[in-house]
Design a binder for this molecule. Structure first.
Ligand SMILES: [Zn+2]
Ligand SMILES: [Zn+2]
Length: 405
């Protein structure tokens, strides 16, 4: 926002703070930052400000997405600036204002193209591009062979030091995943931690012992809880008896471990969403979409990842691989927020925290974004009473939510 732009005030709505709701609130923004939040009767507003009427709905922080593959026909692994922008804009229409494009399995050339395209989009960002791109989630290709899930097994490999060292040097990777049982995982985690990443274990069949070693190397997060991860049963197949504790027990036992759920209503039943929320709490559980290119596209056949990726069928609600396994989600963050609120009965401020401040904290960007707090960027949503996205502001500038604007 330009220095001479008038101040913005959001009013006539309930402000969603990390720990409570403020009914009849006003949020004041100046020069692209939040300068005051409080009840209308107690908060001073500058003269001549542009007034945004929330019409009795919610004034919410913009959503922060840490695990997402694409949208509106584009996958980040298409590796072009256009694809990155198309997917980012699609997610912005669903309320996401900070996004971490996520790699899948793929060749070094495909990963290189994806990283370069994201670097260019971040460098040349304008409001027309939608959500800001604070970094990349380096997710594939270091998955366990038996937990590749919907991703192409061809592009999977064990960690390659020369490969990831070079990627980390580019300075855009902020979240880094590797399966803990792979040879070289520990060195990968240490390198990721050294580059300031949130270090995560995913697409893994690792045991408690392997998780302990990973934890000592800096691992603090597990991708999409209950999906493509170990369980007592899966480890019994690996080690026999006595049965071994798995990633599940490790995450639930360690307060410092965070995780994420795909709350699209298809991956996890209400009791599991509620269980994850109660066990980890709103400050350790993140909502992610894990959405792919079929978001906002008609039902049909789509591809996960780069040009030699795997195919799946979208029915307009969820994607499935041949034979029935789920192929990530095809919904935006606003949908996840609505399903989480419906299925867990958690307070709205907790649900919104899981889609904003918690992922921002875990990914290391909470000083700038993630909540309606004085000094943070004016990334603000106007939601209706049913948590539908009405208007989206990034750094105090409004993003046009019309498709292909
Ligand atoms: Zn996954
Ligand atoms: Zn994913």
């Amino acid at each position: 926002m330009k220095a001479n732009t008038p101040a913005l005030i959001f009013q006539n709505g309930t402000a969603v703070l990390p720990d409570r709701l403020v009914p009849d609130a006003v949020v004041v923004c100046e020069k692209g930052r939040i300068t005051a939040v409080g009840p209308t009767r107690k908060t001073k507003v500058p003269r001549g400000a542009n007034v945004i009427d929330a019409r009795g709905g919610y004034i919410s922080p913009g959503f922060v997405e840490m695990h997402v593959h694409g949208g509106d026909g584009a996958d980040y692994m298409d590796g072009t600036e256009e694809a990155i922008r198309i997917a980012n804009r699609a997610h912005t229409r669903h309320g996401t204002t900070s996004i971490f494009p996520t790699t899948t399995t793929g060749s070094p050339a495909q990963l290189d193209a994806m990283l370069n395209a994201c670097i260019a989009v971040r460098r040349d960002w304008t409001i027309a591009d939608g959500a800001r791109l604070p970094g990349i989630h380096f997710y594939g290709p270091y998955f366990a062979e038996d937990k590749v899930g919907a991703h192409s097994p061809k592009g999977r490999r064990d960690p390659v030091v020369s490969e990831y060292t070079e990627y980390f040097q580019r300075g855009i990777i902020k979240i880094a995943t590797c399966a803990a049982e792979l040879p070289g995982a520990e060195a990968f985690y240490k390198a990721a931690k050294k580059s300031g990443c949130l270090v995560t274990c995913g697409h893994s069949n690792s045991s408690w012992t392997e998780m302990e070693r990973a934890y000592r190397a800096g691992m603090r997060h597990v991708d999409h809880f209950w999906c493509a991860m170990s369980s007592v049963a899966s480890l019994r197949a690996r080690f026999g008896t006595p049965m071994q504790a798995s990633m599940e027990e490790f995450v639930l036992m360690h307060r410092e471990m965070s995780t994420e759920v795909i709350a699209d209503g298809h991956h996890l039943a209400p009791a599991l969403l509620r269980f994850a929320y109660v066990m980890k709490g709103a400050d350790r559980l993140c909502l992610v979409t894990d959405s792919n290119r079929a978001l906002d596209m008609p039902p049909g056949e789509y591809r996960i990842g780069p040009e030699d990726g795997t195919m799946f069928i979208s029915d307009g609600l969820v994607g499935r691989m041949p034979g029935g396994p789920l192929a990530s989600s095809i919904m935006g963050m606003d949908h996840m927020v609505r399903i989480m609120a419906r299925d867990t009965k958690a307070p709205i401020h907790d649900v919104v925290r899981m889609a904003s401040l918690t992922p921002a904290e875990r990914a290391g960007i909470a000083k700038k974004v993630g909540s309606l707090e004085k000094g943070k960027l004016a990334d603000v949503l106007v939601l209706d009473r049913k948590l539908g996205v009405k208007r989206v502001f990034i750094g105090g500038e409004e993003f046009s939510t019309k498709r292909r604007a």
